[in-house]
Ligand binder design. Structure first.
Ligand SMILES: Nc1ncnc2c1ncn2[C@@H]1O[C@H](COP(=O)(O)OP(=O)(O)OP(=O)(O)O)[C@@H](O)[C@H]1O
Ligand code: SF4
Ligand SMILES: [Mg+2]
Length: 321
């Protein structure tokens, strides 16, 4: 696909639970039949309640866990079946930023050493060139030279996340997968990190897959948004349309729950009990919580309808919403 850096078709992940004394092995369909495209330099937000499959989708796209089904094309290359050796040169082009920078950093490495490590391991730079490159990367994420020799325990949460971002940038990736990059940070620091990320995206032409519970963050940072419910994308489109004129009852419920978010943007939740992912409701999985549900919603998976301009909605009753 022209312009697409990453395209995934029909992705699925089934986790098998512990074998029980009686009955079948429980299975969780963490991701089911997900098709998404991420253009070069674009930012795609992925939102949905806790447990809906956002991190699993991220790990599948990065080929960090085996797929149960589907195909992944990265920069025109089918990476679905590549072994670890064949993946290695591509790994530097796709980097993951975690929610918790403290867990992502080695407590024994200074900021300088943490950012230098991938460059040293890949033999890209050494000596003075390496030092200059690391200082430039840290400056790019807003950390002045005074922080070069600090260990993680001497840095704030926001400063640690800046080190993680600089480290991810060291190998000049095309894609950053950001899994809740600001949700462990104070609100004021969140805004600073989002600014850093936005500036980097513009300057370097990076593409972002941006996972967040916080719909305001996604609205601010992303061109397009995909809303996940129990492993499936139920609505996708431009951030303006999906978050401004949501058409799926679940997206509407998520947006209506925003005022209940706490300061850290904890998971929004639709009214009613989240279903058990090991025993998803038949038909449209949202039907037990949906104010518009009719009998037909319980019988078959609703088809996806394109409302135009790539605004996709998986609901039987779009005309009624
Ligand atoms: N390694 C695993 N083994 C078994 N089940 C798993 C595994 N990883 C995730 N799951 C299950 O898959 C589903 C999706 O989990 P995932 O971590 O992708 O959700 P999430 O949307 O990222 O949630 P959160 O917002 O809480 O981070 C959940 O039901 C989870 O319990
Ligand atoms: S298909 Fe039916 S249950 Fe599912 S969201 Fe649409 S109206 Fe609600
Ligand atoms: Mg997650």
């Amino acid at each position: 696909m022209t312009g697409a850096l990453l395209h995934a078709e029909g992705l699925a992940k089934i986790f098998e639970g512990r074998r029980r004394l009686f009955g079948p092995v429980p299975q969780v369909h963490a991701v089911a039949d997900v098709t998404i495209t991420l253009d070069r330099g674009a930012a795609l937000g992925v939102v949905g309640e806790s447990g809906c499959g956002k991190s699993t989708l991220a790990r599948l796209l990065l080929r960090l866990i085996p797929l149960s089904a589907g195909q992944i094309i990265f920069d025109g290359q089918d990476i679905t079946g590549l072994n670890e050796n064949a993946m290695r040169p591509l790994r530097r082009r796709m980097q993951l930023i975690h929610q918790n920078p403290s867990a992502a950093l080695d407590p024994r490495l200074t900021a300088e050493a943490a950012v230098a490590e991938p460059l040293r391991v890949q033999r890209i730079a050494s000596g003075r060139v390496l030092r200059d490159r690391v200082a430039a990367l840290l400056a790019e994420v807003g950390l002045p030279p005074a922080f070069l020799h600090r260990f993680p325990h001497e840095l704030s949460g926001g400063q640690k996340q800046r080190v993680c971002i600089a480290r991810a940038l060291a190998l000049e990736p095309d894609l950053l997968v950001l899994d809740e990059p600001t949700s462990a940070l104070d609100v004021s620091v969140q805004a600073q990190i989002l600014e850093v990320l936005e500036a980097l995206r513009k300057r370097r032409g990076l593409a972002y897959l941006f996972i967040s519970h916080n719909l305001a963050v996604v609205r601010q940072s992303c061109d397009r948004v995909a809303v996940m419910y129990l492993g499936r994308i139920v609505e996708e489109g431009t951030a303006a349309e999906v978050l401004g004129q949501p058409r799926h009852p679940y997206t509407r419920a998520l947006l209506a729950s925003v005022p209940r978010l706490d300061a850290r943007g904890a998971a929004p939740a639709a009214p009613g009990e989240p279903p058990n992912p090991a025993a998803p409701p038949p038909g449209c999985a949202f039907h037990p919580r949906c104010p518009l549900a009719i009998d037909a919603c319980r019988e078959a998976l609703p088809p996806t309808t394109d409302l135009g301009d790539g605004h996709l909605v998986r609901c039987l009753r779009i005309g009624f919403s």
